[in-house]
Design a protein around this ligand. Structure first.
Ligand code: UDX
Ligand code: UDX
Length: 472
């Protein structure tokens, strides 16, 4: 049976749902696209007439929203109406690591996905195509199908897996020019027809040969595998960075030398203070949990090493700061340049900055933070979260407020600092007047460059005690 899709609804207006649907609406003007979310504030921000107030910052996003919003792109809290109206429903709600019960700290929490599936089953007046956009453990589509069939009033549903590979900070260019689109579905007649309906949507702007169609489980597992491989490259180069620091080699030279081998390739070999973001750690832990569940402990341990190496890298960076500052940072001003988990985004989830800050705060450092896009409230929320993860400590907001200062202007954050730590690779940090900064710092003037962003020889010439990652 051929489907004609006139309306799409996406549940979840987050970092994935929002930009993805905005681009689908932009490229398919004849399809109505509803983005619904239970969070009224988020929806109000998506509807703000001032496009600088959209809830997420992505280069190019506001232009896309400007073009499509009100034409065929609508943001609303009317989840039920959105479900009724659409022939195709994307689920793009968050799937954080479970913080309770079975699989705590490892498994993905599917409660929002399950709630969405139940809601669709309950109120959909007829069968629909349900598309998993959220990253999910392999075989989740089976659970969704079971719910839809059990509660779906006899309606027939198709479940597709269509993982999203966009990276934050480049979401719009990634969506406009994806390396590939992946769609998994059942291989029977109804499943293939549903796959075709989604292929037809992407074919508005993606060449057909870049749209890969697979069985359901392959698509679900491909997404976890892609993130695990990407994160593994970073942990591998970071492992080598530690060896470089002991031996006098330079990790950037090594990355360049090995990346020239076309079999290895040059991308994703930037050594850093550690990867962050909402996906890598969560998805690997999820993969590890699945492997343990299926009684594959060796496979589980192999992938868990990627996360352990990342934790080690963050810890190593914090420890280097404390060691270099004569074994204590108590009462010392440490300036943080950057808080986001990478440049060009205001997202801070799992940012290395949070963990480095926590270790320095444990040693009673006074941390002054400047990030061009992250809001003050978010930084305090992140710290509150990281304290809640530490059973040995209770969170005291007033103590934290006395140790943390957040700046709207970089030079004040840096003035009279004992040390500067670069946590995010924002381009603007390279344009600062580093000679002026040097004259206004305490000496020795330490700079710990967690992104190898600045020119080491220039910094040393200026007088800084400059330490990059993996620079022997
Ligand atoms: C996405 C994916 O869905 C996740 O699986 C992937 O691994 C990372 O990216 P993301 O868009 O980054 O998540 O999450 P978030 O920005 O938290 O957005 C999710 C939205 O869903 C939130 O706005 C939340 O309010 C909404 N939501 C959540 C609902 O509308 N209904 C719910 O029941 C739960
Ligand atoms: C990632 C995947 O790239 C994307 O395909 C998937 O859909 C979601 O997860 P994202 O987390 O948004 O995207 O950003 P990414 O550019 O992959 O960076 C993740 C983290 O790795 C960042 O903290 C980044 O700074 C770090 N990183 C990346 C490095 O430390 N070195 C590198 O060479 C590349």
């Amino acid at each position: 049976m051929k489907h004609t899709i006139k309306t799409i609804t996406c549940i979840g207006a987050g970092y994935v749902g929002g930009p993805t649907m905005a681009v689908i609406a932009q490229k398919c003007p004849e399809i109505k696209v509803n983005v619904v979310d239970i969070n009224p504030q988020r929806i109000a921000e998506w509807n703000d007439t001032d496009l600088d107030k959209l809830p997420i910052y992505e280069p190019g996003l506001k232009e896309v929203v400007k073009e499509a919003r009100g034409r065929n792109l609508f943001f609303s809290t009317e989840v039920e109406a959105g479900i009724r109206e659409a022939e195709m429903i994307f689920i793009s709600v968050n799937t954080p690591t479970k913080t309770y019960g079975v699989g705590k700290g490892m498994a993905a929490d599917l409660k929002y996905v399950e709630l969405s599936a139940r809601q669709i089953a309950r109120i959909a007046p007829e069968g629909k195509i349900v598309v998993e956009k959220s990253t999910l453990p392999v075989r989740t589509a089976q659970s969704i199908k079971t719910i839809l069939e059990a509660e779906g009033n006899g309606n027939k549903f198709q479940v597709l897996s269509n993982p999203e590979f966009l990276a934050e900070g480049t979401a719009i260019t990634d969506l406009h020019n994806p390396d590939r689109i992946l769609i998994g579905g059942d291989q029977d007649e109804d499943g293939l027809a549903a796959i075709q309906a989604l292929v037809d949507i992407y074919a508005h702007w993606v060449p057909r040969e870049q749209i890969i169609t697979t069985r359901l489980w392959s698509s679900e597992l491909s997404k976890l595998t892609a993130n695990a491989f990407l994160a593994q490259r970073i942990s591998s180069i970071n492992a080598i960075s530690a060896l470089c620091e002991r031996t006098g080699a330079d990790v950037d030279e090594i990355a360049h030398a090995i990346g020239a081998d076309t079999r290895i390739g040059s991308k994703f070999l930037r050594s850093s203070v550690g990867f962050g973001g909402s996906c890598f750690q969560k998805d690997i832990l999820n993969l590890v949990y699945l492997c343990r569940h299926f009684n594959l402990p060796e496979v589980a341990d192999y992938w868990e090493g990627v996360v352990k190496m990342n934790d080690y890298q963050k810890h190593r960076f914090a420890k280097q700061i404390i060691d270099s500052l004569f074994n204590t940072v108590s009462g010392k001003k440490i300036a943080f340049l950057g808080w986001a988990f990478k440049k060009d985004t205001n997202d801070t989830r799992e940012s290395a900055a949070i963990y480095v800050a926590k270790e320095l705060l444990d040693d009673l450092a006074e941390i002054h933070i400047y990030d061009p896009k992250v809001k003050k409230e978010q930084i305090f929320k992140d710290l509150e979260y990281v304290y809640s993860q530490d059973p040995t400590q209770s969170f005291d907001l007033s103590v934290l407020q006395s140790l943390i200062t957040i700046h709207e202007e970089p030079y004040l954050a840096l003035e009279n600092a004992h040390a500067i730590a670069i946590l995010t690779e924002w381009d603007e940090f390279k344009t600062y007047d580093w000679e002026k900064i040097y004259t206004h710092m305490l000496k020795p003037a330490f700079v710990f460059d967690g992104r190898n962003l600045l020119e080491a020889s220039e910094m040393k010439k200026t007088g800084f005690e400059y330490k990059g990652i993996g620079k022997g």
